[in-house]
Design a protein around this ligand. Sequence first.
Ligand SMILES: Nc1nc2c(c(=O)[nH]1)N[C@H]1C(S)=C(S)[C@@H](COP(=O)(O)OP(=O)(O)OC[C@H]3O[C@@H](n4cnc5c(=O)[nH]c(N)nc54)[C@H](O)[C@@H]3O)O[C@H]1N2
Ligand SMILES: Nc1nc2c(c(=O)[nH]1)N[C@H]1C(S)=C(S)[C@@H](COP(=O)(O)OP(=O)(O)OC[C@H]3O[C@@H](n4cnc5c(=O)[nH]c(N)nc54)[C@H](O)[C@@H]3O)O[C@H]1N2
Ligand SMILES: [Mo]
Length: 777
Amino acid sequence: MRKIPVYTHPAAGWPALISSTRKLMDYQTFLRGSVSVFKSNQPQGGFDCPGCAWPDHKSHKMLDVCENGIKVLASETMTTKADAKFFLDHTVTELQKWSGYELEHIGRLSEPVYYDATQDRYIAISWQAAYEHVAEQLGQLDSPDEALFYTSGRVTNEPAFLFQLFVRCFGTNNLPDCSNMCHEPTSVMLGKQLGIGKATVKLEDFEQAKLILMFGQNPATNHPRMLEMLAHSHEQGCRIISINPMREQGLSKFRNPQKPTHMAAGQSDDMVDEVVQIQIGGDAALLTGLAKWLIENHKINTDFITTHTSGFEPLKQWLTEQSWADIQLGCGISQAEIINLAKLVADSPATICTWGMGITQHVQGDDNVAMITNLLLLMGMIGIDGAGASPVRGHSNVQGDRTMGIHERPKQSLLDSLERVFGHPMPQDNGLDVVAGAKAMIQGDIKAFFSMGGNYSVAAPDSNNIQQALTKNKLNVFVGTKLNETMLYPGENNLILPCVGRTEHLVTAKGEQFATIEDSMCQIVPTQGSLKPISNTLKSEAQIVADIATQMFGSDSSIPWQAMGEDFDLIRDYIAQAIDGFENFNVRIRESERGFHLYHAARHRVWNTDSGKAQFEVPKYPITYVAGQMAEKTSAFKVDAQNTDDSQHSSQKVWQLTSVRSHDQFNTMIFGYQDRYRQTNRRDVLFMHPDEMTRLGWQKGDSIMVSRQDSHGEQRTLGPLVLTDMDIAANAVATYYPECNDLFDLDTHAPDSHIPAYKSVTVVLERVNAGELEASA
Ligand SMILES: Nc1nc2c(c(=O)[nH]1)N[C@H]1C(S)=C(S)[C@@H](COP(=O)(O)OP(=O)(O)OC[C@H]3O[C@@H](n4cnc5c(=O)[nH]c(N)nc54)[C@H](O)[C@@H]3O)O[C@H]1N2
Ligand SMILES: Nc1nc2c(c(=O)[nH]1)N[C@H]1C(S)=C(S)[C@@H](COP(=O)(O)OP(=O)(O)OC[C@H]3O[C@@H](n4cnc5c(=O)[nH]c(N)nc54)[C@H](O)[C@@H]3O)O[C@H]1N2
Ligand SMILES: [Mo]
């Protein structure tokens, strides 16, 4: 057994903060940056950190910010600019060759620009001329459904509400958003099973939990502020178990920056008691084993099941039919180990299940969420203190954007209340989500693309084809803070409209404005920036939407677009009338510095589901789905390989691939190439267990090509990637998102939520070059 180097330093804590602070200096924004850091997540005039959606602690510590937050803030507050001069110096063809890292470091978008094909350059344009282009092109479409309006989860509630209103008044529900690629299975399945697609826990519940099952989540990298809460729970005697194909090393030790003695004595908290190193795509199978044992051994909460649920018998029947052999094949965990875990669940009076992308981004993503919910329902773990469902969202306002109506499949009640409040007819047909929208664009059915933040083509599967499709559009509009690849595939008319960031002070004719967000636990929180905007030319997202709406619908429209663009209180007054749970919004948001908690019926055991009860769901896919895919591809590969001298190891060359994030990126924004927890300084790596390398006769540093046959039989390849050690399950390999996104196709997704299978596709590996390439750039 070869040793895997282990990251022994504590996660988070001062070392992380100090190295991040150095990062700020790299960005030459130390002053601007540090001012903003200390105002982050603080009451009274502070802003909500755009780093993630984890809630703020009630005690508002002085430095309630983390490595992740600091980097995201540095990225937004950097003083270098992608201004008209920059675009004059670089053609778009040249910029297409730049890496995500290089684009990120150009700096902030600072003036509106328009693509001029004769020069192959973006050139400055006035706001008014930009609006005229947008209105003219949108107005010329044969149908509003030929336009696609994407939103990324950074956008705060007020502009998000205005944006969906504008899009619906224009006449379409084509409102895909980053949720479609993120926690969509959570929203869909929790919605179906509990009547509300959101976390049932509050932060306080973590103080009382006795068992936390953390499925497919890497908080040291992605939600560092969650570590503090986990360390605290652990200290109170809560057991924490990580279910993950990777032993994520940032989770084993945590040094708490809020504990001076800790820092001085060099102590750290161990957080995770155990890692269940599951096979990629094996969660539904593991949960099946847990549920089966708990039912068969009479460890379930029958009172709760009788009073509050529906669908128990069909689930029980289905569980009886599942064999332990299939369960073990499906998850790669032994029956004995599953039973041990089931006993912990049986003994715990308060269990929280948290989950991230390791659960959702699969063909079986909906099944995975359903099985977690089933487990919580079997044990009666919804609606009591210290227990519940805790999906951990990524983008800081991804949950709020949905609440505000950014949804391609809106509820009838939302459309009805928008019609009632605004006296304007709303489109009734469902719109396109991320994968359906991308496919429509590739087929030529979409002719205009409008992006409120985000980096659609890079975040979505099939990036190349989406980028080519963008070049055929009549109109592409990007409202953003930073230049990214999606902006570099211009269609006939192409505009980049720069907006004010969350750290920046927004003053309109109506005075100082603040916005709001909704965190991962349904808390509505005010956010107000304090820095001077990077350029006088920037406009707020709300103002940009209001201006375009005015241009299109005229200033005598019955909806006061301009007044709303300038006055967020007025937007909030409309939200209060149109969106459930926001009654008296303007008063309540000012009552407490920390905002208010949105009413969550399921927390009170009120079930707004079709049956009026909490609903058990039987999975749609067999629990051996991934094992079946692997076996099928292996036999196909063997036939293929017979004609080559490569057949020797053929059976071992079919793998399940997952894609993950590092602490040196925020989604498609690449801050650097380091991942100290995984001990690499480059991103073009393929992580594999060293024992598996030995089995194949391969070595660390070898160059590997990854290929995959997509759902249409088309071959997709990635690489060469540098083979790198990782404590990861057998049959599993991993690489970094988003560089791998062309491996994924738009048709490999979950059935109801349509989430792309970014976390599990079957691939074939080929060594193209043996060599001791260092895992450093
Ligand atoms: N620094 C940083 N922070 C971020 C982001 C970022 O890019 N960088 N992005 C933000 C966003 S939008 C989001 S959604 C969150 C994402 O936060 P996470 O959900 O933590 O994100 P990932 O790194 O994509 O993957 C999580 C884990 O899933 C595991 N995994 C892979 N396949 C499986 C599987 O089949 N089963 C199980 N149980 N686990 C599996 C991986 O090993 C990995 O540890 O982070 C947010 N915060
Ligand atoms: N293979 C693979 N693919 C994935 C994932 C994965 O795990 N694996 N994860 C998926 C997930 S969870 C997500 S959430 C998506 C992310 O998809 P997106 O949300 O589309 O991507 P981001 O990289 O977060 O978007 C970055 C851009 O947002 C803009 N921006 C930043 N701040 C602001 C702001 O305040 N206002 C405005 N208007 N614009 C702003 C900037 O221009 C920046 O370039 O990717 C998905 N894709
Ligand atoms: Mo996300």
